[in-house]
Design a protein around this ligand. Sequence first.
Ligand code: SAM
Length: 277
Amino acid sequence: MSMDNKGILYVVGTPIGNLSDLTPRAAKTLEQVDFIAAEDTRVTLKLLNHLGIKKPMMSYFEHNKQFRGELICKRILEGESCAVVTDAGMPCISDPGEELIKQCAEYGIKTEVVPGPSAVISALCVSGLYTGRFTFEGFLSVNKKSRREHLLTLVNEQRTMIFYEAPHKLANTLKDFYDTFGDRRLTIARELTKLHEEIIRTTTREAFERFSDGSLKGEMVLVLEGAPEVKEEEYTLSDAVSLAMKLVEEGAKASDAAKEAAKVTGFKKNEIYRELI
Ligand code: SAM
């Protein structure tokens, strides 16, 4: 936290289940700000009670964000400091906050992040899938058509894909995954950091067969393997020589044709040239 915390918006991460995951810095920030903008003040009140903190709160959620955002910015511009929090995890990640940061940027208000857990990164880390490159897809739409369109854009996606999911929609999603992507590796990361945490490393087909009955409950993240890498075409020496011959027939000199065919096929120029003549 800055020495002088006036006129700042703090974007504060809170636990995704296990209260011990609240960082000391997050606790200190919540204690020191003038007020807290919370997605659901009842949920945040429980956290504050756990920490023994008393602090004025203002609700900030999807349907009041425009109006409340202006009000929050006004108070910060007048010298107050504010922490924005959501029910769980990082604000702005499938949760309110994004608009508020934009408004702060427009007003030139300083923002500081106080990072905490987020289900997307936590699930990716334990997925057992490739973590080098990934995409976050958020929640799929409940509208059948836009859901389908969204998934179709991902058919050739090679990066690992991460989706948030609600348990009552899981059966439909697993069917759509199997229909769209065929059989691929899939990890279902359920109830992370909580008592019934479970990491199910399965495939789209097996998951569709096992969990379409709606038996899987709780909060979950779906981590889907990316599409296989498209292999570059593999050439034989005979392909390389045929290509060079074709170029010669079209008027190229044998050495130039061998050079060009070498570039395309990866064989050595001399090797192709020898066969060619
Ligand atoms: N802002 C939060 C974050 O940073 O992760 C996400 C909030 S979003 C409204 C809620 C979704 O996050 C859930 O439907 C689920 O997909 C995922 N999620 C949150 N907590 C989780 C947990 N403990 N285990 C598994 N998934 C979780």
